[in-house]
Each structure stands twice: as C-alpha cells, then as structure tokens.
Design a protein around this ligand. Sequence first.
Ligand code: AMP
Ligand code: MG
Length: 356
Amino acid sequence: MNTVIYQIKDTIEDAKSLTEAGRIIREGGLVAFPTETVYGLGGDALSPASSRKIYAAKGRPSDNPLIVHIANTEDLEPITADIPEAGRKLADAFWPGPLTMIFRKSEKVPKETTGGLDTVAVRMPSDPVALAFIREAGGYVAAPSANLSGKPSPTSAKYVIQDMDGRIEMILDGGDVEIGLESTIVDLTEETPTILRPGYVTKEMLEQVLGTVDADRTMMEKDTGVAPKAPGMKYRHYAPKGDLVIVEGDSACVVDYINEQTGLLEKQGEKVAVIGTEETKMLYHAEIVKSVGSRNREETIAHTLYRVLREFDDMDVTRIFSESFDTTGMGQAIMNRLLKAAGHKVIHLCRSTNSD
Ligand code: AMP
Ligand code: MG
C-alpha cells in the first residue's frame, strides 16, 4: 500500500488534506494523526472492520481495547449507556485534553473496538489538527498509539513513518507532540473513580475535581498476581531493543555504579547508553549519554523519554542504564512507562537517610 504523508503547514492547503483524511476514515481506511499526547493510528470507531484493520496494522492483540476519540462533548452521549456525574465534571475540567474516561458502552460501539468489553474508553484531544480530523472523519475515531505493538509510542512523525509506512493510507505529520506520554485513563464504571494508567493529569488533579480517586495497584508494581483493569497494561509495552535497567539510589552512588558497569560492558563489546538528566549528564563516561530533561521540570522528561528510547533503537544500542525518578505528580507516569520499558528491572543502591 502507498502511504500518503502530508505535512501540516498551517495554511489553507491543510483543510483539503484533512478532508481527504476524513474521507479515508469514512471509507474504512486508516490515518495516523498527531495529538497532544502521542501520535494516534485512527480508524472509524463504529466500524468493526476498521477496528480489525487497526489491530492488524499494529500487530496488536485484539483483546486490547482502543480509545475512541471525539471532537465535541455532545458526541459522548450516543456511544455511552450512561454518563455518571463524575464524567461530566471531569469532561468540564480536562477536555479537550490528555484524559481518557471509561464508561459503559452503548450498542453503537462494536465489540471489536472495545476488545470484547461492555465498556468504552473515550477521549477528546486538544490538538487542533486532531480535532479537525476527527470532525472530518464523522466524529468517532478509534485510535491506539501509532507504533508497532511493543515499540515506544511515537512522539514525532518520523517514528510513525518508520513503523507504519506501507501499512496505512495516510500519515498527517504535525511535527513534535506537546506532552509525549499517553493520556491518563480513569475508570468511571466503578463505585470510586479509579486510575488505570497514570499520565499528565495526575491523581491530585483528579481529586481536586472529584474528591477521592483510587489507583489500580497493578500500575506501578510487578507480579501483583492481579490482572490490570486496562487490558493493555499487561503487555510488555514501550520496550526498546536494548536491555534497559533502572538504577535507583543517591545520585553519587548511581553515577559511580553506571560508570563502572559501562566500562566493563564496553570492554566486552556492548554498545552502552545512559539516560541521564540535565543535572547529571556530564558525569557519565559512556560513549552514548542522553539527557531526558531536567528534574526540576518533569514535563521535559515526559516529553523526551520515548524519543530517546527510539534513538537508542536507531543506534542499535544493546545495553541501557537509566536514572530513576520520583513518583509524585507526573513522575508517576514517567516511572510507570520506564518500569515497563525495563521489564521492571531495577537496581537499588545506597540511599542516605536525608536524601529526597
Ligand atoms: P493505547 O491506545 O496504545 O494508548 O492503549 C489504550 C489503553 O487503554 C490500553 O492500555 C487499553 O487496555 C486501555 N483501554 C481502552 N479501553 C478500555 C476499557 N474499556 N477498559 C479498560 N481499559 C481500556
Ligand atoms: Mg500504545
């Protein structure tokens, strides 16, 4: 299949391409598009055949449900069986934006889209290109992240093209995304709203609107023996090609340990890379050292993490050491993704009692 790649130029020409992208979706095809979180791989959410095509293009297991993207709050009603008060409050507070809510689904949504579940995940993105595209497509676009299953989610069109060229009809290139990590998912079908996947919208932000909010305990832990409530969270996601280990402890111990390991492994012919920060990058001796951002500005780390993992893949890095991050606020989303990328491999080093 020939994939048309259209670069958004913020000119009058964009409208024609967005109409064309919408036509592709209405006729049952697939289009990758930018959102503020990561790039999405879109198809008609109300068509079983389109959802099947999405799973095939990604190589994604079909029990892993898709998120339905809408462009107007009014469009929520037809696809849900009921909208709890909490849903209206959260939509008012966070839509359009990086929050996905789980509702009981209506008949309109095929089980192919929801991975066989009676519930549906819905989000209204804030990216203006995404909104215009969804409207042109008929209002309901099912979209997982636009990567091949198991790879880090794409945060720029370059990586969408790497994974999806030849597999889908069109890619809308909107440049670098703003946030860089997938949306927060909150389940509203339980008595207490429950976070199934952490993201830019934190527990604290949700609690300001709703009062008490729970978090799925499988979110940060390994082998809890309990199945995660978001089926996709059980898969080894976001994995780079190289073997990734997180090193946790006082900064000086972490730097010493990583430098020692790097020396040994490079001598053995391994291609070693380090994920550091603006504060520490100059301390490492490895041949490849990348800063993911500043510890004082967590949004910079969220924005850069997937890109760095993808760059290591491009360089055929075989071993990766990463610093660890605090799990408060957005740090929880960052560590959730990093732990998955590392298959939960964490090395704990010295930690003085007065450290942060
Ligand atoms: P992605 O589209 O790649 O960001 O992945 C979507 C995530 O949303 C996966 O982890 C899914 O398991 C989760 N999800 C989608 N729909 C539902 C649902 N109805 N109930 C629980 N989790 C869902
Ligand atoms: Mg994904």
